[in-house]
Design a protein around this ligand. Structure first.
Ligand SMILES: Nc1ncnc2c1ncn2[C@@H]1O[C@H](COP(=O)(O)OP(=O)(O)OP(=O)(O)O)[C@@H](O)[C@H]1O
Ligand SMILES: [Mg+2]
Length: 514
C-alpha cells in the first residue's frame, strides 16, 4: 500500500502548495491588510477545511483584538488579555499550541467559538505571528477532529501562513510609518512656508508699503480675485504667497503657473489638464493646475503674456467656475481662488488688442500696486540690512555693516531691477567681502559711478548724441534690410529727415541690402 500512501501525501502537499500560493497572492494583492486577511481565512476554509479561524493582533495596550475572522459570530467584540486563554498563551510564549480535542480542554477560553451552534468535535491549532522574532499576534484555526491527523505537519503549514501574514504586517507597518513621517514632514513644511510668507518677512515701513500691507490684510480672508501689478522684481510673488498663507485657504495648496515660461501650445493643457488620447502623446489622463489647486489658490504669474485663445477659456472659468479638460466633455467645477500678477502695462496691451478687456475687468476686482524700489527709498536700508544678514548667515560670514559711502551708492542708484536686483547685488557683495564691512568696491559694477570707478571720459554732448543717432539709424537699416522708407517709419520719423541724417553721418544704406 506504500505507493497509495505516497500518492495521498503527494496530493496533500500539492494542495498545500496551491493554498500557500493563493495566500501569498491575497496578501500581496492589496495594501488593505484587513481585507487581505479575510481573503486568507476564506482560502483556509475553502481549501484546507478550516471550520473557524481568526487572526488576532497585539495592540499597544497589551490586548489582543481580532483583526479578521471566518466562521465566527460577532467576532469583533472578542478581546483577550495577553496570557489569557490559548491565543493569549501563544502570543505570550511565541510558541504554537495544539488542542487535539476541544471538548476535552476545560481551560480553553475560546469565547467566540462557544457561541457557535456546531456540536461536532474540533481540533484547535494556534500559531504565533512573529515580527522580528516577537509575537505580534496569532493565527488560530479550528479543524474537524480526525484521530489520524498529523498535527506536526498542520502546525508547520499554519506556521508558514502565519509568517506570510507577518511579512504583510511588516510591510503595512512600514508603509504606515512612512505615511506618518510624510504627514509630519508635510505639516512641518507648511508651517515653515507659513512663517516664511508671514507679513513680518515682507520688509518695509515706508508709506506705499504700509498701504500695500493694509490692502493685503483686507483682501486675504475673502475669496476675491486679486491682480498684483508692479515692475519686475518688486515682490509680487511674495505678496501672492502672503495673501494665500494669511487666508482661510492656507492649509490647501498654493499652485503657481508661470504663464510666460510655458509655450502657447502647452499652457491650456497645463491649466485645464487633458483626457487620455486628447492629442498624440496624451497616453494617460492628466490633471490641470486648476484641479491641483482645488480648495486653495491658483497664482497666474505674468498673466499679461497669456495668448488670446487661453484668455477666452480663463474668462469662462472666472465667470462660471467650471471648465472641461482638453479632449473631454465632462464639466469640472472648481473652487479656486485666483491671484494674477503682471509687470505689463495692461491698459496698453488692451489698446493693442493682445489682452481681452472683459478678462481684464474680471481680474481687476481688487488690484494691488507694488511700488518700485526707487519710490520707497525709505525701505532700501532696511532691505539692505535684511539681505546682508541673510546672506552672511547663509555663506558663513561675519559681516556687521555697510559703510557710509556704500550706503550712498545704494541710495543714489535707480534700481531698475527693484528688490531682486538689490538682493542679488548684496549677495554678490557678501561673497566678495573679506572683512566685516561692505565697502563701495564690493558692490557690483553697475552701481559704481564713473567718478567712483575712475572711468570719467570727456566727451561733448553733441558728439555723444551724434554717435547714438548713427547707431540707431544703422540698426533700423539692418532690421529693414536697407529699406529707408521702412527704417524711417520704424524710428517714427519722416523719410526726408531720415535721408538727411543718413547723408550727414555718411551711412552707406546699400550695405544693408541682402
Ligand atoms: N519687501 C520685501 N521684503 C523682503 N524681500 C523681498 C521684498 N520684496 C521682494 N523681495 C525679494 O525680492 C525677490 C523678488 O521678488 P518676487 O519674485 O516676488 O518679485 P516679482 O515682482 O514677482 O518679480 P517678477 O515680475 O520679475 O517675477 C524675491 O527673492 C523676494 O523674496
Ligand atoms: Mg514673479
Amino acid at each position: 500500500m506504500k505507493p497509495r500512501a505516497t500518492n495521498g501525501s503527494d496530493t496533500r502537499e500539492t494542495r498545500r502548495l496551491a493554498t500557500l500560493l493563493d495566500v501569498s497572492q491575497a496578501l500581496s494583492g492589496t495594501l488593505n491588510l484587513k481585507s487581505a486577511l479575510h481573503r486568507v481565512l476564506e482560502i483556509l476554509a475553502k481549501h484546507h477545511g478550516a471550520v473557524r479561524s481568526m487572526v488576532t493582533f497585539l495592540a499597544e495596550d497589551g490586548e489582543l483584538t481580532v483583526e479578521a475572522s471566518d466562521g465566527l459570530e460577532e467576532p469583533q467584540t472578542v478581546r483577550y488579555r495577553i496570557g489569557e486563554g490559548i491565543t493569549g498563551r501563544v502570543v505570550a510564549s511565541s510558541k504554537p499550541v495544539v488542542v487535539p480535542r476541544v471538548s476535552r480542554e476545560p481551560e480553553l477560553v475560546h469565547r467566540a467559538a462557544r457561541r457557535s451552534e456546531s456540536r461536532e468535535e474540533l481540533s484547535f491549532v494556534c500559531v504565533p505571528i512573529l515580527v522580528n522574532r516577537k509575537a505580534a499576534g496569532a493565527l488560530g484555526v479550528d479543524l474537524r477532529y480526525k484521530a489520524e491527523r498529523d498535527f506536526d505537519s498542520s502546525v508547520k503549514f499554519m506556521g508558514v501562513v502565519a509568517s506570510m501574514i507577518a511579512q504583510a504586517l511588516k510591510v503595512q507597518r512600514a508603509v504606515e510609518d512612512e505615511r506618518r513621517r510624510l504627514l509630519a514632514e508635510n505639516t512641518h513644511l507648511r508651517q515653515e512656508l507659513r512663517e516664511r510668507y508671514d507679513f513680518s518677512n515682507i520688509i518695509g515701513t515706508s508709506g506705499p508699503v504700509r498701504e500695500m500691507y493694509e490692502q493685503v490684510a483686507q483682501v486675504a480672508e475673502t475669496n476675491t480675485t486679486v491682480l498684483i501689478r508692479g515692475e519686475s522684481g518688486t515682490g509680487k510673488e511674495l505678496i501672492a504667497h502672503a495673501i494665500h498663507y494669511n487666508s482661510l485657504r492656507a492649509k490647501k495648496p498654493f499652485v503657481k503657473v508661470s504663464c510666460a515660461a510655458l509655450p502657447e501650445s502647452l499652457i491650456e493643457s497645463e491649466l485645464f489638464g487633458y483626457e487620455k488620447g486628447a492629442f498624440t502623446g496624451a497616453q494617460t489622463r492628466k490633471k490641470g493646475r486648476f484641479e491641483l489647486a482645488e480648495g486653495g489658490t491658483l497664482f497666474l504669474d505674468e498673466i499679461g503674456d497669456i495668448n488670446l485663445g487661453t484668455q477666452v477659456k480663463l474668462l469662462r472659468v472666472l465667470q462660471e467656475r467650471e471648465f472641461e479638460r482638453l479632449g473631454g466633455t465632462e464639466t469640472t467645477k472648481v473652487n479656486v481662488r485666483l491671484i494674477a500678477a503682471t509687470n505689463q502695462d495692461m491698459e496698453k496691451t488692451i489698446a493693442e488688442g493682445t489682452f481681452r478687456e472683459d478678462l481684464y475687468y474680471r481680474l481687476n476686482v481688487f488690484t494691488i500696486f507694488v511700488p518700485p524700489l526707487r519710490d520707497r527709498k525709505a525701505d532700501l536700508l532696511l532691505l539692505a540690512d535684511h539681505f546682508v544678514e541673510k546672506f552672511s548667515r547663509e555663506h558663513g560670514k561675519m559681516i556687521k555693516r555697510i559703510s557710509t559711502p556704500a550706503i550712498d551708492m545704494l541710495m543714489s542708484y535707480h534700481w531698475p531691477g527693484n528688490v531682486r536686483e538689490l538682493e542679488n547685488a548684496l549677495e554678490r557683495s557678501v561673497l566678495v567681502c573679506d572683512g566685516q564691512v561692505i565697502h563701495g568696491h564690493h558692490l557690483p559694477p553697475s552701481l559704481q559711478t564713473a567718478e567712483s570707478s575712475g572711468t570719467v571720459t570727456r566727451v561733448s554732448m553733441n558728439d555723444a548724441v551724434g554717435a547714438y543717432e548713427k547707431d540707431l539709424i544703422q540698426d533700423a537699416l539692418k532690421t529693414t534690410r536697407g529699406n529707408r522708407a521702412k527704417a524711417a517709419r520704424l524710428l517714427d520719423t519722416t523719410e526726408r529727415v531720415f535721408n538727411y541724417k543718413v547723408r550727414k553721418y555718411a551711412i552707406d544704406s546699400a550695405r544693408f541690402r541682402t
